[in-house]
Write a protein that binds this ligand. Sequence first.
Ligand code: PRP
Ligand code: URA
Length: 206
Amino acid sequence: MPAHILQHPLAAHIITHLRDKTTKPATFRTLTYQLSLLLAIEATRNLETAEKLVDTPLETVTGRVLAHQPIVVVPILRAGLGMVQPFLDTFPDVSVGYIGLERDHETAVARSYYCKLPPLAGRHVFLVDPMLATGGSAVKAIEVAKSKGATDLALATIVSSPEGVAEVEQHHPAVKIFTAALDRTLNARKYIVPGLGDFGDRLYGT
Ligand code: PRP
Ligand code: URA
């Protein structure tokens, strides 16, 4: 499934400021929150709703509410943590799981160091990770989520590379990818270019 690219003037505005190397961590975190909220809205467009009668002060009307369908948001640590709060603030029934992966600085191969997940079967699972570079981390995280019962999976990212999207598509064609930017390529160190650098370092000032 091809990546769905978020099209919104505010998203373009935010991502430009995230890319700016002079943006400081405190601002970077705020912008990450705002952009992740837009992505969360976009990625949940197809949630089911159910009819509900509600009494306004004037009359009774048939409205719609979210059908009972627990959402699980799973950040890929550490940078994915920056994308969790908008889901928690916005959706009424959401739980959080964690997958810890870290890329080796020389090989860019992701190593797993932590995993704590609630039951995933029958739930809408949103993996969140701001950077989809080689796709190695995302593919590993999807495999872990599937092994814990996830069947309805989406991946939300802030910047993706064509190589990363292709890698996820090849291994997990049913997983929907929502991204705010699809960049040109990867450099020799497997960083996304133009990209925004190391997201985790910029988010946490390390
Ligand atoms: C970054 C990013 C992704 C991964 C993407 O995390 O947040 O998880 O790299 O690269 P890939 O697509 O090539 O696997 P990193 O490993 O730097 O860890 P961090 O979040 O702790 O900074
Ligand atoms: N991880 C990042 O934080 N940035 C990249 O460009 C690639 C992986």
